[in-house]
Design a protein around this ligand. Structure first.
Ligand SMILES: [Zn+2]
Length: 491
């Protein structure tokens, strides 16, 4: 069996004005994709697909695999270049013999300048080139389902965990569906239902209700004969797109088509019935109250480290990473910051000009910078600070970002030259920083990553202003189909 494999992973926040370009993507071509110990992250969906197909003895035809940190929409030139390359490689593969199937790892909520939802455009072009062969896809739980995607792919399976820890397993599942349809000759198709709602990311952790029970229903459905996969795709709340909503997809072999339709209807009904149960599980306040609560925990309750999530400007949810709502609240209370037993650690800001100024000044020198407000000019302003440059790391991580650690009064800032986010557990150690040494840590994140959760004496979420504002009712949606819960009253 010759199976075409590839994919693209980007979550595009349409409220963020940054255009995600070629320099933001890591791209692997052809045979390079197959090295799941090096090039393709071993815990990714693509790695799961590759391992499952290799195990089954398939001849894998690797095309192109690309990923970037969530950010603003993707540049048209990058996407069209990627797509052209992908199709050229598929065409070349066809010239040396027939392909038996296609299995891709896609996010599902990538948006491209002038195009909108991108995944259906890619799968449509592949389907045109490869009519009639089975085609399965592994999707992120935050995928947006469009008619173009639905009509060109036979089988879908989405992640069942948030935070996403089952990506490789989902890739294996997508490959297994493809192998089953090839082995049995039974056709695979997908039942779809739209649930008219959006859910803020921090309300849908899969370990908490209602997601835990809802996902259990999917797993139960998957035990039924000829039901290949059952998934909830939640859409991506920080994208203003006409297709954005929760979707239910149930992929089944042709002897269970009617059953799949019935299950999709049941799953959609039960999801809708539980819409009021999606609530924040963590202690949360607006930015000013979150900062006050954190000071109180440190100074009055002697807790440390106390974490504040600057959730409205979370770069790993595609926000700009330079909004200053929380920083402004901290600067307005600088007298209290000066009383803290250790500096306040702020990780961090995406600010390329600030990093360049710090590098120019050099380690140990004073640099006059402005922090924030380069991109998110709605929720951020350029705040002038004379900082002491403590440490500089050049070319950090797969995206090759320069990173600076700088001091201003009793605050320590982590500043990156590229939009890489602040959930990476290796970032602070690379700067020689141990978060546990600080009494108060502010991170531009939503729910805390395990590396922070493990050490947090108390975690407070600031429902701050930014492109990933958790209070969806306050976002300026124009294109989403209404009514949409919770933007509109559904009772
Ligand atoms: Zn996701």
């Amino acid at each position: 069996m010759r199976i075409l494999v590839g994919g693209i992973n980007h979550e595009s926040n349409t409220f963020n004005p940054i255009i995600t370009g070629a320099e933001d993507f890591v791209v692997f071509y052809g045979e390079d994709i197959l090295d799941t110990s090096k090039n393709t992250a071993h815990d990714s969906a693509a790695a799961g697909i590759i391992r499952a197909l290799k195990k089954a003895g398939c001849a894998i035809v690797p095309a192109v695999l690309a990923r970037a940190v969530p950010n603003g929409v993707v540049s048209a030139s990058f996407y069209h270049g990627y797509k052209t390359d992908f199709l050229r490689r598929a065409q070349a593969a066809l010239e040396s013999g027939p392909l038996d199937g296609v299995c891709l790892a896609l996010h599902g909520s990538m948006k491209v300048e002038g195009l909108g939802c991108a995944e259906g455009d890619l799968t449509g072009a592949l389907r045109e080139l490869l009519p009639g062969i089975p085609f399965t896809v592994a999707l992120d739980m935050h995928a947006t389902i469009t008619p173009a995607l639905l009509n060109t792919v036979n089988g879908f399976v989405g992640y069942k965990t948030a935070p996403h820890v089952d990506c490789a397993e989902t890739g294996e599942h997508a490959a297994a569906m493809l192998l089953d349809t090839l082995a049995t000759g039974k056709k695979l198709s997908t039942a779809y239902r739209r649930v008219p709602m959006l859910i803020a990311g921090e309300k849908s952790e899969s370990e908490a209700e209602p997601m835990r029970s809802l996902i259990m229903r999917c797993r139960e459905a998957e035990t039924r004969p000829s039901i290949a996969a059952a998934s909830f795709l939640l859409g991506f709340p920080w994208a203003d797109d006409e297709h954005n909503a929760v979707s239910v997809l149930v992929s089944a072999f042709d002897d269970a088509k009617d059953v799949a339709e019935a299950i999709a209807g049941e799953l959609a009904d039960v999801f809708w019935a539980r819409r009021g149960d999606f609530v924040f599980r963590t202690e949360h306040y607006d930015s000013a109250d979150a900062v006050s609560a954190a000071y109180h925990a440190v100074l009055e309750e002697n807790k440390r480290p106390v974490f504040i999530s600057d959730s409205g400007d979370n770069p790993t949810a595609g926000a700009a990473g330079d909004a200053t709502d929380v920083l402004e609240k901290i600067l307005a209370t600088i007298d209290t910051v000066e009383k803290l037993p250790t500096p306040l650690l702020y990780s961090g800001f995406y600010d390329a000009p600030a990093v360049a100024a710090c590098i120019k000044a050099g380690t140990g020198a004073r640099a006059d910078i402005t922090l924030g407000g380069n991109w998110d000019t709605v929720n951020g302003k350029k705040i002038p600070l004379g900082v002491d440059v403590l440490r500089i790391v050049k070319g950090y991580g797969p995206y090759q970002s320069d990173v600076v650690f700088a001091a201003w009064r009793n605050i320590r800032f982590v500043i990156t030259s590229k939009h890489i986010g602040f959930g990476d557990e290796n970032l602070l150690p690379a700067l020689g920083v141990n978060a546990a040494d600080y009494c108060l840590v502010v991170v531009k994140l939503g729910y805390l990553e395990p590396c922070f959760r493990r050490i947090a004496a108390r975690a407070v979420m600031a429902t701050s202003k930014g492109c990933s504002n958790e209070v969806l009712e306050t976002l300026p949606y124009r294109k989403v189909q209404r009514p949409l819960y919770p933007l509109d009253d559904a009772d």
